[in-house]
Design a protein around this ligand. Structure first.
Ligand code: SAH
Length: 244
């Protein structure tokens, strides 16, 4: 069978995977993915072929997946969270034009916006914008425009890729743009290492968030004008007539 199933593995631990994702991995002949995720799977699937490439070699990883599929192997292409949220699903589809015989299927996973939201209570229970701060593939001007537009629309905002070695001050820059429009007291927070060892979460105001140091394993939440801090939690009311 010439098939690639693009599988979202959820935030980290096996309990966070869907049964459909687990089943697809079990049925596969080869597992392809980023080195870190394969390490998580290699314990459980000792006798399966595993192919990994490090970060920044995504195109190579996809090519290897197609090569294996062309050898009549059933390929499980694993991504963290959901493969269609800053994942490899679109690149696989784009490349599949060169491999018309390979069947492609996407199996959804729990993206960090959802698993992180669950850690903070109910921070995104209304209209939502997800914005990545990574300017590797998107020009910074576009990111700025999207941040401003999300703030003008009073959306709940979730930030992915809030920092990296080369982009240590990006969260600060993003907060400064949001603060042009949003109140300093806007309820905000972040979650680090969701579903993994070293889970850490914090709630704060948007002004305080500006000075927080976060890393690339962190997802950031910024409320709309109704979002409240309730102890350790963030709650965005849906509008039912009840004082929070
Ligand atoms: N496809 C992934 C997102 C990949 S982009 C998904 O759907 O979740 C990578 C960014 O996702 C990270 O910089 C971080 O902002 C977020 N992220 C992914 N997994 C995470 C985790 N376990 N804990 C915290 N943030 C995570």
């Amino acid at each position: 069978m010439k098939r690639i199933r693009i599988i979202g593995m959820g935030p980290g631990k096996e309990e966070g995977m869907t049964i459909e994702a687990l089943k697809a991995i079990e049925e596969s002949d080869v597992i392809v993915g980023y080195t870190l995720y394969l390490e998580l799977l290699s314990e459980k699937y000792k006798n399966k072929e595993m192919i990994s490439t490090p970060m920044k070699q995504e195109e190579k990883r996809c090519e290897l997946a197609f090569e294996k599929a062309m050898e009549e192997k059933d390929v499980a292409f694993v991504c963290s969270g959901d493969a269609g949220v800053y994942g490899m699903a679109s690149l696989i589809y784009e490349m599949s034009r060169d491999y018309p015989d390979v069947e492609i299927e996407v199996i959804p996973g729990v993206t960090a916006a959802l698993s992180g939201a669950a850690e903070l209570g109910a921070p995104i229970n209304h209209d939502l914008c997800i914005i990545s701060l990574s300017d590797l593939l998107t020009p910074w001007e576009t990111i700025e425009k999207r941040l401003r537009s999300a703030a003008l629309g009073d959306f709940n905002i979730v930030l992915y890729n809030p920092s990296s070695h080369k982009r240590k001050d990006y969260l600060k820059k993003a907060c400064d743009i949001l603060l042009e429009i949003k109140s300093e007291d806007t309820a905000s927070g972040y979650v680090k290492n969701i579903g993994r060892e070293g889970l850490m979460k914090k709630v704060c105001t948007l002004k305080e968030l500006r000075d927080e140091e976060v890393d690339m394993f962190t997802t950031v939440f910024i409320g709309n004008s109704s979002t409240k801090i309730m102890g350790e939690m963030l709650v965005t009311p849906r509008g039912y007539k009840r004082e929070v």
